[in-house]
Write a protein that binds this ligand. Sequence first.
Ligand code: ATP
Length: 240
Amino acid sequence: MIAPTVGGLTVQNLSVRYGRVQAVSGVSFSVADGESLGIIGANGAGKSSTLKAIFRLIDSTAESMRFAGSSLQATPPHRVVSLGMAYVPEGRRIFVGLSVRKNLMMGAYRSSWRHLGDRIERVYELFPALKKLDGVLAGALSGGQQQMLAIGRALLSEPKLLVLDEPSMGLAPVLIDDIAATLRRLRDQGVSMLLVEQNAKLTFGLTDRCIVLENGRVVKEGPSAILRADPAVRQIYLGL
Ligand code: ATP
C-alpha cells in the first residue's frame, strides 16, 4: 500500500506499453519529502520508462501520479519541471556545443532566473572541478565531468526532487565514488532523490528505500539496508 504524500511523489499503478511491448506493468511507489528512493533492475526491466512516464515524456496510464500536490497527468510535459522535479537523463544529454556555464544556465530555463549567478556558484561549490572549466565547451569534458555537469544543470532549477537515470553508467569506479559522494552530500542537505540504477551497490548506499523491477513489475521493495541483506538480491544484483 502506498501512503499518499502531500509534498512528495506518489505513483499508483503505472503502466507503459510500446506497441506490443509491455515495458511497465502496474508499478506503484512513493518518495516522501527528504527521502531517497532507488529503483534497481537489470537491462530492460522498465526503469527508464518509469522515469520518462513521470516526466510525461512518453504515453502511460496510471491510477494516479502526483507530485507536490499536483496531478502529473494533468500537467503538460513542459510544466513538470516547474513543479519542482529535475531530471538527469541516462547518457547525460548535455549541450556539447555550449560552454559549461551556458549548460548550467539552460538548467534554469524552465524556472526563475533570479540569483542565477549565486545558484551557479553553489553548483561550483558542489563540483569544484567544474568551476575551473566554466568557459570550456561541454563536448571537451570527460565522462565524469559531463555527469557532474548534467547533475549541476538539474540543480539549477532548485528542485525538491532530483531524479537520476543511471548516473554511474560508463564511468570508472573512482568517478562513480566521486558522484556517489556528491549525491550523498545533496541527500544530507535534504534534497529528495529518485535514483534509477543497474548498480545496486551504489543505490543501496545512497537511498533510504528501494524497489526492484523485473520485466516491468515490482518484485521486491523495502528499506535499502534490508534489501541489501536479502540473499536473493545479493545473488542477483550484487553478485555475492
Ligand atoms: P536500461 O537499463 O537498459 O535502460 P530499463 O530498465 O531502463 O533498461 P527500459 O528502457 O524502460 O528499461 O525498457 C523496458 C522495455 O521496453 C525493454 O523491453 C525495452 O526494449 C522496451 N523499450 C524501451 N523503449 C522502447 C521504445 N521506444 N520502443 C519499443 N520498446 C521499447
